[in-house]
Design a protein around this ligand. Structure first.
Ligand SMILES: Nc1ncnc2c1ncn2[C@@H]1O[C@H](COP(=O)(O)OP(=O)(O)OP(=O)(O)O)[C@@H](O)[C@H]1O
Ligand SMILES: CC(C)(CO)[C@@H](O)C(=O)[O-]
Ligand code: BAL
Length: 279
């Protein structure tokens, strides 16, 4: 496994691979790796010849400075996970490598940018697409893998790719969960034992909605899910919605396809998101 810190070194490593027509995959991460990240690497390995994993805690996508400051950075653990996963190249640049000078970034990501996460983390998807575009420029991947856990992020990245007409395929990978249902997330590390227990209500509410989708109306499902979450101590709901998977607008007609339930809540001091595809 090669560990690379600069764009120049990365390009000289990958250019011959690209010229030899080998397929390059990129798995972008912010580190603090868990089985969810490993699953993306494993899926990438099945679909490409060389897998590059980036670790970069991108400051421009953080809207809360405290969230950025306390974001976990367990470097040795991450290297071990990547080595064991059989990752070929780790790209781990510094902030100045990715942002050598101040720059403007604003692109049209469509109206869904301002919903859900975009409402609670204003400007978040401008920061995400800014860094993902830079990573794509540095790696020049044929294919890139993202988790469905960040459902809206996948949509935004697909919109960015079509805005620039980039020759990269975007793949959304299934959510990996703990045995009890909690979606794996780097931020779970911040949960106290009590928070960890309370956090289970998010996947429970989503599962309830999924299990009862064919028999209950959408308003009834929403009311029950919100009641479950609001009745859990230490959990502060930002949103629970049943939405169209392409527009993220609230869905009213169960006969439509591509319906997804999405949730975000603060559990103790930690903000978590999760979702489930319903049909
Ligand atoms: N449980 C999971 N299952 C599948 N993919 C995941 C999971 N958690 C994260 N990912 C994906 O891994 C990639 C890197 O995510 P990131 O490094 O932000 O990890 P994270 O666990 O989502 O962290 P955070 O909790 O800080 O958002 C993203 O595409 C993300 O969707
Ligand atoms: C895609 C990403 C690596 C961009 O910083 C980040 O948003 C993440 O880890 O999901
Ligand atoms: N996993 C999405 C990155 C973020 O929360 O900033």
């Amino acid at each position: 496994m090669k560990v690379i810190n600069t764009i120049a070194a990365l390009k000289s490593l990958l250019e011959p691979i690209k010229l030899a027509k080998q397929k390059i995959a990129l798995v972008p991460t912010m580190g603090a790796l868990h089985k969810g990240h490993v699953s993306l690497i494993k899926i990438a390995q099945q679909q490409a010849d060389v897998v590059v994993c980036s670790i970069f805690v991108n400051p421009t996508q953080f809207t809360d400075p405290k969230d950025l400051e306390k974001y976990p950075r367990p470097l040795e653990h991450d290297m071990k996970m990547l080595q064991e996963a059989g990752c070929n190249v780790v790209f781990m640049p510094s902030v100045t490598e990715m942002y050598p000078k101040p720059e403007e970034w604003h692109i049209d990501l469509g109206p869904a940018e301002f919903l859900l996460e975009g409402e609670f983390r204003k400007g978040h998807y401008q920061g995400v697409t800014q860094i993902v575009k830079k990573l794509f420029d540095a790696v020049n991947p044929d294919i890139a893998f993202f988790g469905q856990k960040d459902f809206q992020q996948v949509l935004m990245i697909k919109n960015m790719v079509s805005e620039f007409n980039l020759p990269v395929q975007i793949v959304s990978c299934p959510i990996i969960r703990e045995d009890d249902g909690l979606a794996m997330s780097s931020r779970n590390i911040h949960l106290s034992a009590e928070d960890r227990e309370n956090a289970l209500v998010l996947s429970k509410a989503l599962t309830y909605v999924k299990d009862n989708f064919s028999t209950h109306s959408i308003p009834v499902l929403l009311e029950a899910a919100k009641k479950l979450i609001n009745g859990t101590p230490g959990v502060e709901l930002d949103y629970f919605t049943i939405a169209n998977g392409a527009t993220l607008l609230p869905e009213e007609d169960k006969k439509h396809h591509d319906i997804v339930a999405l949730v975000a809540a603060k559990v103790g001091q930690t903000r978590l998101i999760d979702n489930m595809i319903l049909n």
